[in-house]
Design a protein around this ligand. Structure first.
Ligand SMILES: *[C@@H]1O[C@H](CO)[C@@H](O)[C@H](O)[C@H]1NC(C)=O
Ligand SMILES: *[C@@H]1O[C@H](CO)[C@@H](O)[C@H](O)[C@H]1NC(C)=O
Ligand SMILES: *[C@@H]1O[C@H](CO)[C@@H](O)[C@H](O)[C@H]1NC(C)=O
Ligand SMILES: *[C@@H]1O[C@H](CO)[C@@H](O)[C@H](O)[C@H]1NC(C)=O
Ligand SMILES: *[C@@H]1O[C@H](CO)[C@@H](O)[C@H](O)[C@H]1NC(C)=O
Length: 189
């Protein structure tokens, strides 16, 4: 073999090595991209704060009742690298498993990696709750334990073209202090 051919061979091998290294590097970049930026995560919905208005109640054993208006600030958190657009939905309030009120959560849009806050007004009344012994005991305790749920249906859009449907659920519990009309404990899943 001539010296010049040997040299050419070495050059070629070096060239292949560079190409392979380049392909491996690109594959890693694409993988990292696919696992972080392109991975679609489910947005979360939580109650941030709840204000109680017009609270009326009577803890009498014979005909106990409560009614009030709750103004709930709901946070829709979107960790994706693209916006989340959600449809109109209903947020409901339950007491002891019975629905005692609801309100409309209007459609909206949370930008990429942002949290959108919306206010929902919910009218609540114990009319549909029939166990008066339990209700009377609860109201006499001074603390009313309510839950609130919502199902948000929407779409996450990545890079303006990739769209994926995502449904996210809110499930929170709160304790209303009847004396002060203040929500003391607020927990969301
Ligand atoms: C609560 O209800 C009882 C029995 O229905 C009634 O006698 C009482 O006056 C009511 N209390 C208030 C503050 O409305
Ligand atoms: C709440 O209860 C009070 C007392 O019974 C009643 O006067 C009022 O109309 C009720 N409010 C609503 C919104 O039902
Ligand atoms: C969402 O709710 C608003 C207010 O109730 C209504 O005007 C609108 O038509 C609803 N949009 C859809 C897509 O249902
Ligand atoms: C929701 O209502 C509360 C109390 O009225 C207010 O402080 C807050 O700014 C409102 N938030 C939004 C997003 O409108
Ligand atoms: C909400 O969470 C409670 C537990 O804290 C659970 O019992 C209930 O089934 C949940 N509701 C929904 C609608 O997921």
């Amino acid at each position: 073999m001539l010296e010049s051919e040997k040299f050419k061979n070495m050059q070629n091998r070096k060239c292949y090595a560079y190409i392979i290294a380049g392909v491996v590097f690109q594959t890693i970049i694409i993988l990292v991209f696919a696992l972080t930026v392109m991975r679609i995560k489910t947005p979360s919905v939580r109650l941030r704060a709840v204000t109680v208005q017009n609270l009326h109640y009577n803890a009498s054993a014979t005909s106990p009742y409560f009614n009030m208006t709750l103004i709930a600030e709901i946070a829709v958190k979107n960790k994706n690298f693209g916006h989340f657009r959600f449809d109109n939905s209903t947020a409901s309030v339950t007491y002891g498993g019975t629905t005692v009120g609801d309100g409309e959560l209007l459609k909206g849009r949370t930008s990429a990696r942002k949290t959108k806050r919306v206010n929902v007004t919910m009218d609540v009344s114990s009319n549909g709750f029939s166990d008066s012994t339990e209700l009377s005991n609860e109201l006499n305790s001074g603390i009313l334990r309510l839950s609130s749920q919502a199902n948000l249906r929407g779409k996450v859009t990545l890079m303006k073209v990739m769209k994926k449907r995502k449904t996210t659920k809110m499930n929170c519990t709160m304790s209303v202090d009847l004396d002060s009309s203040i929500v003391q404990i607020l927990n969301c899943k």
